[in-house]
Design a protein around this ligand. Sequence first.
Ligand code: AMP
Ligand code: MG
Length: 527
Amino acid sequence: MDKATFQSTFVDELIGDPSMVNRSRQVRGACYSKVTPTPGSKPELLSYSPRLAEYLGIDRDWLASPQAAAVLTGNALLPGMNPYAMCYGGHQFGSWAGQLGDGRAINLGEWIAPDQSRWTWQLKGSGKTPYSRFGDGLAVLRSSLREFLCSEAMHFLGVPTTRALSLTTSGDWVTRDMFYDGNPRREPGAVVCRIAPSFIRFGNFQILSAQQNRELLQQLVDYTLRYYFPELGSPSIETYEHWFREVCERTAKMIVAWMRVGFVHGVMNTDNMSIHCLTIDYGPYGWIDNYDPDWTPNTTDAEGRRYCFGNQPQIAQWNLVQLANALYPLFDATEPLQRGLDAYLEVLTRESSNMHASKLGLLPTEAVEAIWQDLESWLPAADIDMTIFFRQLPSAAIGIVPDAIDAKCVLSWIGHALYDANALSDATMSWMIAWIRSYIACVRTQNRPDQERAIEMNCTNPKYVLRNYMAQQAIDAAEQGDLSELQVLLQLLEKPYDEQPEYERYFAKRPEWARNRAGCSMLSCSS
Ligand code: AMP
Ligand code: MG
């Protein structure tokens, strides 16, 4: 690693903040501020992603070295690293919030992988920057472990995401009032080294537009195109339109992937939307246990439920409209941007229907979409586990005449997924029976071999996701110095679609104790 050289095209090619003063302030006319990470008092590597390390061409011996712990916590730099915090703004919960920026994230530099692709390394939790506002620039083990595990889990689920190379502790304590209710506690400070092509967000463009800095806005767009969308052609008005459309389409695909696996981001502010259309900024995210489109894990959003599971497609569209507004000065016309926004809806509709059909093991038709809509109307009333329900579904449609289906059959197929079978009303049971009958009838008309159907379903419906309580158990153990659960989950979640009988215990409903426990069903932005 001593011989490897990092690049810093973002710093070299874009305008930076002339001031080096590392104190919270407004920064105008710049894409970034140069900063030095704050060293931890005793950096220690807790875990790393072996798959990502391998892909990036990073030696395992190096990762085990004291130098790696130092670099990955912010205590040392490797040749070519030129650390900086990005300036960005954003809409938070629907309102323009002005300048936000990397308040506790520091980009180290760009690494060229063996396949020649470019990857920015970013430390999250390594100290204050000019964008820290009232924050301390730090992160705690609880939230860092959640980000580390979940971003890797999402990758292996096939969901576009930033990655996480490592999880380290700084050796320092960080005080957090988890629910902002006057109960602060000291938690271990931690740092995640996140990896993505770049960490450019919708908000990076928004802040320049808000500052009416058309020139720098265009420079940032041109930079983004040159380095990260070269296949679209050299920068021009046509390329800008093509690019915005591409961002809309990729965002639609990312959202469809979230809906497929039951992921709820929790804080879809425009500063948390990546221009690469990757899931970014894992905070109070959560996974659907009982299927409930109104559910949000984020207590800060409990009242308005703006970012609940079922709203995510509309919110992404709203965020794209904000990006379109920011890019308007480059076009001086709304039509090209409107065409991109229309493409979002087209792709969202098409990909959603394909995803629904695939979850049901059916070929996409209008009739299948109607079956899906019908399913969505009773799933919430049944209080049924999303992951287990879809994983059990292949066995429901084998060798039975639809008319012969009764409550007993239904319970034998999917009873395991119900949170409270005794609470199931007769009306809901009748609804379930009617649905399964029409589903099986449809399966029969499509006449695909059972095995082929089951294989498709099992590649679409994961068996294992990072349920909130699972992450919490790994956190409780890690805070006591026991990393075994973290390692088990890291390994389990590398193959979320495989049966993995040795890990069958994780193919289970959320336990009752976790229903209302902090960290398991309630999370805040405090991290
Ligand atoms: P988030 O809700 O994590 O997307 O963060 C929103 C904004 O607050 C971003 O600009 C973050 O960099 C900033 N922020 C969050 N936590 C901290 C912290 N502990 N110290 C400094 N800035 C923070
Ligand atoms: Mg953020």
